[in-house]
Write a protein that binds this ligand. Sequence first.
Ligand SMILES: Cc1ncc(COP(=O)(O)O)c(C=O)c1O
Length: 305
Amino acid sequence: MQESQFIWMNGEMVPWKDAKVHVLTHAMHYATAVFEGIRSYGIDGKAAIFRLDDHIKRLLESAKIYEMAIPYTFSEIKKAIKDTVKINELTDCYIRPLAYYGYGEMGISPLKNRVDLSIAAWKWGAYLGESAKSNGIRCMVSSWQRVNPLSIPPMAKAVGNYANSVLAKVEAQKTGFDEAIMLNMYGLVTEGTGENLFYVKDGELMTPPTTAGILRGITRDSVIRIANDLNIPFRKNNIAREELYIADELFLTGTAAEITPIVEVDRRIVGNGKIGSITKKIMNKFENIIHMKEINHYEWMEQID
Ligand SMILES: Cc1ncc(COP(=O)(O)O)c(C=O)c1O
């Protein structure tokens, strides 16, 4: 990874190499942590953070689901994120706030331990590889079922969920695919290991509803709004596994992956194997918005002076 200079830890700017925790930190043993992934884009030499308020809101909501009291307010977290980007002199970057139960007592209950907050920011390019956005990626339907809300709530962006994502991702990579798509306990499509999924059939755009057991992606929400702006017919709809095989277009959305077309699922070619026209339209609009090339959705970009 491309290191930057400082990481914000509980209100202090700590040099990158010194940003350490004790090996008996509660979250290291019991996955008692929630986090965010946020992107900032360089516009005219300045940083513009994409939907910052929505990411902080989701961080606080993830903590609420776990009854975890983050000892900082919304505006303190917002200032800390902006300060971290600024002190590292970053513009185009990825930002990772992490709230975790720290060092104190061992044992399952985290309640006697303090909640620590760290915020790191660094340069991070194309998450699924340089050619992913132009050529599309190859996916497999995972043999691992997505965590289900009866045991671990997928709507919280909690560290524990990613044990499930890691199993699916490693299986996909070792089987020769770029990414995994996971099904829920009813065999319906949920999401990728770190992305939401969209599906196009006969001119209509669809994505699984949150009740399928997914993270409420902020890029997903942005794509839904863009589809509305472009008058693309859209609905939230449960997707069966085999619908993936007969889709006209498929793509993944996420802060890290942005909008990444899928050209193959389980060796079945999606559409004509090229990026579909609806996907292309949405990708273009999204690119223009994040680079502030159009006034539409300026409110999504939080510029730092
Ligand atoms: C499991 C999962 N689903 C979906 C997403 C996409 O969410 P967002 O667009 O808010 O980054 C992510 C990434 O944060 C994720 O980890």
